[in-house]
Write a protein that binds this ligand. Structure first.
Ligand SMILES: Nc1ncnc2c1ncn2[C@@H]1O[C@H](COP(=O)(O)OP(=O)(O)OP(=O)(O)O)[C@@H](O)[C@H]1O
Ligand SMILES: [Mg+2]
Length: 240
């Protein structure tokens, strides 16, 4: 479970997260929507400890992410994060790229790391691209490789930050299908997305961020069907 309690975060004089309270249960799929600069990416980077917070607490399975004694490296292994773009190592094959973290971070023997990488690459539909170099993959395939790479660490949580935003429209679907599959398998996920149809179909709940505040959170039928705040109404009418 991810517990976010009254989290505040500023960059200089700009307060980006203004007291966020949010709990994500095991197996839950939460999507986060909201305008540019509303704090969505910052929330994700705070959850896995990439960014410090100013006040409040974030707990992962009861462990406080930003507490002094917390082993951040250990904690981060629980949390896979996939961004808009991930620069794979160009001189390594797809398989070698995905094997890297299990080898280096988990210290697994080569054969074991390879078996895990093959399994996860097959899972995301790249079983026939193992020996290919990343530059030969399409954008959608590269994103699925990035997802496989995160999954190879056996995370308990997956955070996705606009993983389809940099893709040509015809490649978006294959990546969203991979996210759907993970959701169906019960992965606990937070997905920042601009894909409203995806959010509507896949989410257990949708959170709407506006200027550092979580202005609304509700199951998708409710949030999209009956937005309560003028800010969400405006946002939705602009994105449709
Ligand atoms: N490292 C940083 N240093 C200074 N300001 C930052 C930093 N990261 C983010 N910000 C600022 O914090 C605010 C929130 O940024 P954030 O990236 O969380 O927004 P977002 O909701 O993800 O937006 P987008 O939809 O454009 O990705 C923005 O005004 C941004 O300029
Ligand atoms: Mg962002």
């Amino acid at each position: 479970m991810i517990e976010i309690q009254n989290v505040r975060k500023s960059f200089g004089s700009l307060e980006v997260l203004k007291g966020i309270d949010l709990t994500v249960q095991k197996g839950e799929v939460l999507t986060v929507i909201g305008g540019s600069g509303s704090g969505k990416s910052t929330l994700l980077t705070c959850i896995n400890g990439l960014e410090p917070i100013d006040s409040g607490r974030i707990l992962l399975d009861g462990t406080e992410v930003h507490a002094k004694g917390t082993d951040l490296n250990k904690l981060r292994r629980k949390v896979g994060i996939v961004f808009q773009q991930w620069n794979a190592f160009p001189h390594l094959t797809v398989l070698e790229n995905v094997m890297l973290a299990p080898r280096k971070v988990l210290g697994l023997p080569k054969a074991e790391a390879e078996a895990i990488a093959v399994k996860q690459l097959t899972h995301v539909g790249l079983g026939d691209k193992l020996k290919v170099y990343p530059s030969r993959l399409s954008g959608g395939q590269q994103q699925r490789m990035a997802i496989a790479r995160a999954l190879a660490m056996s995370p308990d949580y997956m955070l996705f930050d606009e993983v389809t935003s940099a893709l040509d429209p015809q490649l978006v679907g294959e990546v969203l299908d991979t996210l759907r599959l993970l959701a169906q398998e019960g992965m606990t996920m937070i997905c920042v997305t601009h894909e409203m149809k995806f959010a509507r179909e896949v989410s257990d709940r949708v959170a709407f961020f506006h200027k550092g505040v979580m202005a609304e959170i509700a199951p998708p039928a409710e949030l999209f069907g009956a937005p309560r705040t003028p800010e969400l109404q405006t946002f939705l009418s602009a994105t449709h």
